[in-house]
Design a protein around this ligand. Structure first.
Ligand code: ADP
Ligand code: GN1
Ligand code: MG
Length: 378
């Protein structure tokens, strides 16, 4: 008979076997589920004493079907950042950039006997901080780290990185996907989402129009991270930003994507899925401090067109990600991991409440950005 305990033991045995396929020194001692990401299955593998262990991930192939290209990007990006860090006195490349641990036969990923794809990174000791900054200093550090990330990849040699998710943050694509899900409405959920559907329709034109105009005016393409959630930064024990992780979506993008996604994730006074939309508000202290860290690091790099669109970017990305949660709800919850019925609808509602608050406070946000960009205190 298979009991939960025997299943656990079988799973652990299987995971330990997979971990042993990577060129990590020493035998794996224990494996546990780890982290709070929405995309992959992540495990922490503990090694024998003195071995930092590793992070083992089963890659979500529905979202990233071309694993060799995905891993090629990650290897290129991490090696480039490692070289850049090696030139900085006092830096610790093993902790400040992810290290891909190859398989025993030297590959970037392993395919198991069920056809699942696995990869492994060196485990970086860090302090768990949760989904949002707890202090102004952490918000500033998050800004600094995402700014430094952009700086370090500004001279990544050609060829361009692969586009791992086509048109990932393209608002036109996201609106088209939303319209398809709304028309199909496979689970008859449209009525439950009527208020959110109306909210997004009211904003579609402004979002698309402003973005199209910025592109026509020469908004630059850069190497961007594209998934700049607060929990995609690891912090050290003293609360200093250490390492940017979750590099699956590093590819050509606009700086607006990174800035906007970071603000909607870090400068939210509530959890991303708070069931009470009244609580989703822009946290101005976090906004100010993130901006100070980000703009301080990127001094001289951003063009005036980029700077002038930063506050719009915070609204744009809150809209785009809210729309993706809403689309996934209508579609039957196939993309984001959900933990309860209606979870994606709650997430969409919370993002839209945050967006409405940003709309109310846009003028204040603009003042903060323009003062910082002009080198003035806020
Ligand atoms: P997802 O795409 O599912 O969000 P991530 O790559 O962000 O997956 O990893 C999930 C979690 O695992 C992270 O939020 C972090 O807590 C932890 N993690 C990932 N890589 C490392 C690492 N190299 N060292 C320590 N913890 C890590
Ligand atoms: C996913 O992987 P994770 O949990 O950091 C998603 C992001 C969303 C985010 C919402 C590849 O991020 O785009 O903004 O959830 N990543 C992907 O929490 O779709
Ligand atoms: Mg993540």
């Amino acid at each position: 008979m298979t009991t939960p305990n025997s299943k656990n033991a079988a799973d652990k045995h299987r995971l330990t076997g997979i971990a042993a396929g990577f060129a990590n020194s020493g035998a794996p001692v224990d494996v546990q589920i780890y982290g709070a990401g929405h995309i992959h299955e992540t495990f922490r593998v503990q090694g024998e004493k003195g071995n930092p262990g590793c992070i083992l991930q089963r890659i979500n192939r529905r979202i990233f079907p071309d694993v060799p290209r995905l891993m090629e990007n990650i290897v290129r990006v991490t090696e480039h950042m490692r070289q850049r860090l090696a030139a900085v006195t006092g830096s610790e490349p093993d902790r400040e950039v992810l290290t891909v641990i190859p398989t025993r036969s030297g590959k970037s990923h392993l395919i198991d006997d069920e056809g699942e794809c696995w990869r492994c990174f060196r485990f970086i000791e860090h302090r768990e901080l949760g989904a949002r900054p707890g202090t102004p200093g952490q918000a500033r550090e998050a800004g600094r780290l995402y700014g430094r990330f952009l700086n370090m990849l500004a001279d990544l040699p050609a060829p361009p990185l692969h586009e791992t998710i086509p048109r990932f943050h393209d608002v036109e694509r996201r609106l088209a996907d939303f319209q398809l899900a709304l028309a199909a409405d496979p689970l008859r959920r449209r009525a439950a989402a009527a208020a959110e559907v109306a909210f997004s329709s009211e904003r579609a034109e402004e979002m698309q129009g402003t973005m199209a105009e910025a592109r026509t005016s020469g908004l630059p393409w850069r190497v961007t991270h594209n998934d700049t959630k607060f929990n995609n930064i690891l912090f050290d024990a003293r609360g200093r930003g250490l390492c940017v992780i979750d590099l699956d979506t590093v590819m050509p993008g606009h700086v607006l994507y990174d800035f906007g996604d970071a603000i909607r994730s870090a400068a939210n006074s509530a959890r991303e899925d708070d069931p009470d939309p009244q609580r989703s508000r822009i946290d101005m202290a976090v906004f100010r401090n993130f901006c100070a860290g980000y703009l301080g690091e990127l001094e001289g790099r951003l063009t005036p067109l980029e700077t002038v669109h930063l506050v719009f970017a915070a609204r744009l990305m809150t809209f785009v990600i809210g729309l993706r949660f809403l689309t996934d709800y209508l579609d039957g919850d196939h993309y984001f991991k959900v933990r309860r019925p209606g979870h994606n609808l709650q997430r969409a509602r919370a993002q839209f409440a945050l967006l409405a608050d940003m709309e109310r406070r846009s003028a204040e946000m603009e003042t903060i950005v323009s003062r910082l960009a002009a080198g003035k205190p806020v």
